[in-house]
Design a protein around this ligand. Sequence first.
Ligand code: BGC
Length: 743
Amino acid sequence: MGPITLCFVMNLSSYSSEPYLDKILSIEVRIDDLLTRMTLEEKIGQMTQIDIAAITKASGIDETGEKKKTVELDEAKFIDLIERYKVGNFVNGDAVDHDKWATYIKRLQELTLEHSRLQIPIIYGMDHIHGANNVYGATMFPQSINMAATFDPVHTENEAKSIGIECAHLGHAWIYSPVLGLGKNPFWPRFFETYGEDPHLASVLADRFVHTLQENPQTRPYKQAACAKHFLGYSDPRSGWDRTPAMIPDQQLYEFFVPAFQAAIDAGVKTVMINSAEINGIPVHASHDILTELLRSKLGFKGVAMTDWGDIERLYTWHHTAPTVKEAVFQAVTAGIDVSLTPHDPQFADLLKELVNEGRISQERIDLSVQRILRLKMELGLFDDARFPIAGEPDEKTRAKYQQKSKEATLDSIVLLKNEGILPIKPGRKILVVGEFAKTRRALCGGWTYVWFARSDKPFPKEMQTLYSALQDEFGTDSVDYATLENFDQKSQDADLILSVISSEPYAELLGNFTDQVLHGVHAEIAQKVMDSGIANVTVVIEGRPLLVTDIFDATDAFIWAGLPGYYGGGAIAQVLSGKWNPNGKLPFSYPAYPLHFSPYNRKWMETLVYHEDINPRISLADFGSGLSYSQFEYSDLELSTKQIAEDEKLVAKIRVKNTGPFVGKETIMWFLKDDFASITRPIRELAHFEKTELEVNESKVFEFVIEPRKHLTFPDKTGDVLLEKGTFTLMVGDLETSFTLN
Ligand code: BGC
């Protein structure tokens, strides 16, 4: 390197001119330089991640039983971790405003500069899972299950952009999102964090989120890393409860659970968080097969693999695959972990050091992880221009733009599942609302909103509408009243229509492990009263996973699944009810009808058998992809460019879709495929392609799906090898179907 460059470097890196701090050099050269300077302790410190509760003044337990996550730095605690343990990663914090976040993380970086030998910046991780949900004032988006219901990746793109502009500059460089476990188990409490039950839909959204978040030019020089979580099979615990064992055959893992992660990896996702539980008897944190053979060798992941909350220690305390915590560290690091979210003490660092000194874990193994972590930090610019956060919020115009984007996503996410001519509600009708959650903000947002999950509306801004206040705005205060169980009989006498709001308190993770998903107590009693009243009624379910309401569904005149629509949810539901908005959301999962039976839409043929109408009359309450509009869409002229194709050829399928209803409306054109006869039983249909469009009244358009055999007609065997078998295939779109042959 010539003298001119050196001069330039000195100017840019005022605090030092060591090669690893020289941003003009390649990242690999910088990493090599830094690695040779680092002691074992410094390396292990990079592999250690500590929760905010260990470095802040707030002590004690919050309302949920967790250690408080208040953003009030205790410098002495932080300096101790930096000096003694060289800790390189920190995480979490309940919502505070932009400037407070910037000041806090800037101080962490300053103290790291002052108190560490090599001045390696820390990286800060945050659970921003539906917008920047831990920054006060930031735009919040609907939860992922609703984002999936929109069937529109543009909304996911806007969400990722909004996260970037709200908090990349605050030092929130590592975003623990997206959740890519498939929402296949509707009893799992983290269902709402998923993109639903279909691997194709989840893959499309995963790709869009990761690309947008990681490559957003609007946030430069600040950048963010996404974290695809929780690898792998976390979302389908056999018991339905969080962090309990899953039994998933390898073929099913490859077919259903791998694709969304593969899409994220192909999109360049920089980090992955591991499943806290076990699959087929092996805790994932201890599985070399999953963390190294599958994740890295087969799927091609090159980034940082982090543990989930305290999960190394849990190999000892929960899973009992390790007889000591030290053995647990050995198992997890050998399996392929790079970063341990400890979360509160650095015991991991001590034990890992002992293991290296005893020769049980090699220096090379440590270097491999440390290189990945340093690469992450360098790629994010943390060694350079992005080291120190800056205060500030998006300007008013930008904020307003993303608030509008979030409102649009929310509107598109509301799913109308039944309408017996009662919706939209005609003006002037007297609406009686029942259901206490209609008057809360927290029920619309669910967990991971300002805090882990709120036990009251205290953390929520006053400007946020509840469903009840939104209804009053939409229909007029005089037209909307509210009844409790006690005064229902009296108030319902004046009502033209009852709006029954079924919902629950927010929850997160293990604290959402319910014993059933039916209504109890006052909620059940009032629902019964509505059914018995004989008054026209509409049911709105606001819940992150399907509550079992089959009797209510059958009895009600209209049924809306609103999921967890978030900050703008009240207004969106009200607009669907009034008809100001024509609903177009589609269920991203199959809504179960019974407590002991669940079958996703991409079920096997055997699962479709109804043996006896009186015993098991339906397979589901509504399948994946269900959702009505106030318009009707007619599908016609399904055409194939050929009826016979070879492996390396393409087939173009076309369909005409016409809006025959009275309103402008959006429709999602979903193309499903079925391999008619195959060596491994195939789903009765699988989503292969989708496209959302808006059609004017009487407008019709032709839509295309180009079928490529190696992309659309294959399926994996139990080793993950892809099979393409000759024979006939059925193609389904709308209510039409046709078939073709692969020769
Ligand atoms: C959750 C993760 C989350 C982490 C950090 C864990 O309990 O399972 O999804 O990212 O905490 O807050």
